[in-house]
Design a protein around this ligand. Structure first.
Ligand code: DX5
Ligand code: ZN
Length: 223
């Protein structure tokens, strides 16, 4: 596994492939690496936890073979425990599960750790930050959703920047300063700076980067 380190001077950028051509995801990932991406964000959707169905571990394997930067699998699925090993074997560096799907989060996150992957926990907009507290020691990445998950291109929920600040405070209070905070949903150059100043380290961005004529400039503008 290859994990990212927090940077104090600039944000890390993790483009999501959700808004790219799904017939050419590996090529899209390689092009995004070339354009300066720090990590590739894979939106795995099961059609149950969220209405849409995207792709599975086979695609994750093709993508991770095509890049040398870390790959994160963001599992928007109802039963992540069944899929963890497949995404770990596919070469994903981080596996991020949703806090809303399993009452036994400590065990679920421990399984991600045991598979040798970076441990990510995603929180829907309505999920309180407090859910992170007692699993924080085993956490590498907190993914704060700034839209309701399921679709690319949605409007960013701007009041959630306060949740990012609260997350940073909680992680610092738990001695987990090194854990990354990622924000995901409607991230673009108009909101990335403010989110970074609230404590976000990783800007996940789908449609803003995918729709840009110059992905390299779009990625740079998110830093
Ligand atoms: C939404 C996904 C996001 C999505 C972001 O459910 O988790 O990663 O790709 O896309 P934008 O940046 O368009 O909101
Ligand atoms: Zn995502």
């Amino acid at each position: 596994m290859s994990l990212l380190s927090r940077r104090s001077e600039e944000s890390l950028v993790a483009p999501s492939l959700l808004s790219c051509d799904h017939g050419r995801l590996a090529e899209a990932a390689a092009a995004l690496e070339e354009a300066g991406a720090d990590m590739i964000h894979l939106d795995v959707m099961d059609g149950v936890f969220v209405p849409v169905l995207t792709f599975g571990a086979g695609v994750a394997e093709s993508v991770s073979r095509a890049v040398s930067i870390p790959v994160e699998a963001h599992l928007m699925v109802q039963r992540p425990a069944d899929l963890l090993a497949a995404f770990a074997d596919a070469g994903c560096d981080y596996v991020t599960v949703h806090a809303e799907v399993d009452p036994h989060l400590d065990r679920l996150l421990g399984s991600v750790r045991d598979l040798g992957c970076g441990v990510g926990l995603a929180l829907n907009p309505s999920t309180p930050v407090e859910v992170l507290r007692w699993v924080a020691p085993g956490l590498d990445l907190a993914l704060i959703m700034t839209v309701n998950p399921g679709f690319g291109g949605q409007e960013h929920i701007s009041h959630l920047k306060a949740k990012v600040s609260e997350t940073r405070e909680l992680l610092s209070g738990c001695g987990r300063e090194a854990a990354l905070i990622a924000v995901d949903g409607g991230i673009d150059s108009t909101n990335a700076g403010e989110l970074a100043s609230c404590g976000a380290d990783v800007m996940v961005s789908g449609s803003y980067v995918a729709r840009s004529d110059d992905p390299s400039a779009a990625i740079e503008s998110l830093r």
